[in-house]
Design a binder for this molecule. Structure first.
Ligand SMILES: Nc1nc2c(ncn2[C@@H]2O[C@H](COP(=O)(O)OP(=O)(O)O)[C@@H](O)[C@H]2O)c(=O)[nH]1
Ligand SMILES: [Mg+2]
Length: 282
């Protein structure tokens, strides 16, 4: 695998996160709900362990509702709440309510003393392509204001005031996931790593293989092809190519065209709501 890895950069990011953690009440981790394992960096569990965390299963418009439920059970506990989300359709109310529910004991401590907690403050963390920018931009909309100068806070900290109950710290919290073989593949399938890990044709063949192992009907239904046990991913790709007329001169299959079709349709959700990872396997 050919993936750039920057330990120096990583170290600086970790230090930055640790410094800014002191400014927030809890963390919001954005993940890609199609790959709930691969779109997380296990390092977050170390450095964020003293903070409660709201795990936003973003892109839930693209993931399998049944597996979503199983993942929710796996990731939910006293200190971690889960919210299924589609950042393209922002829902301020859902995020604020989940956040306050997660932090209800902390809020109650203030209320017992007759005090008002004021806004909950959260830091956003997540791996690239999980949808952090989309989340922040869409949830803040025109309601929010970006401010730099809060008392006791250096000028570089940008607070995004979602409403009087929730403020977000514009995140330094971007980390690449651990690139185990399967994690790299999953990130490439979902478009998080573009054409870096292997060529598109090979990637598409791997995706075809994976989709078939999840459910044979995914490709059968979409491309109206026949798929039997003994067929190789290459033969399946050829059948898709014939159905789609992805042919070159002389009637040869245009593999790169078929590859683009399959990858593109998976990424856009045209092949259905598909989650590539099952919590039972972890
Ligand atoms: N379908 C869908 N696409 C999303 C969602 N959130 C983000 N995206 C897309 O995912 C891609 C990466 O999003 P971006 O916000 O740049 O991710 P970041 O690298 O974490 O900041 C973009 O093409 C977004 O339009 C979502 O909830 N659903
Ligand atoms: Mg971004």
């Amino acid at each position: 695998m050919n993936i750039n890895w920057y330990p120096g950069h990583m170290k600086k990011t970790l230090e930055d996160i640790e410094k800014k953690l002191k400014l927030v009440d809890f963390c919001i981790e954005i993940i890609d709900s199609r790959i709930p394992y691969s779109s997380r960096n296990p390092v977050f569990d170390d450095i964020l362990k003293n903070k409660k965390r709201l795990i936003i299963f973003n892109k839930s418009d693209l993931s399998d509702p049944n597996l979503n439920k199983k993942w929710r059970e796996k990731y939910t506990d006293e200190d971690h709440a889960v919210l299924f989300y589609n950042a393209l359709r922002p829902n301020v109310k859902a995020v604020v309510e989940k956040s306050r529910d997660l932090m209800k004991e902390e809020i109650a401590k203030f209320e017992e003393k007759g005090l008002n907690k004021g806004p909950l403050r959260a830091m956003i963390v997540g791996v690239p392509n999980s949808g952090k920018s989309t989340f922040i931009n869409s949830i803040s909309g025109t309601r929010s204001t970006k401010t730099g100068n809060r008392p006791g806070v250096t000028k570089t900290n940008q607070w995004i005031r979602i409403n009087p109950k929730l403020h977000l710290l514009d995140t330094p919290g971007v980390l690449w996931p651990k690139l185990e073989e399967n994690v790299g593949l999953n990130l490439a399938f979902t478009g998080a790593i573009k054409d870096e890990i292997m060529d598109t044709d090979t990637l598409a063949l791997k995706l075809i293989e994976r989709l078939n192992s999840i459910d044979k009907d995914i490709l059968i239904d979409r491309y109206k092809i026949e798929v039997d046990e003994k067929m190789s991913p290459l033969e399946i790709m050829e059948n898709i190519g014939k159905k789609r007329g992805a042919l070159m001169k002389g009637g040869f299959i245009d593999y790169s065209k078929v590859s683009k079709i399959v990858l593109d349709e998976f990424r856009k959700g045209t092949l259905g709501k598909i989650t590539l990872e099952d919590p039972d396997d972890f």
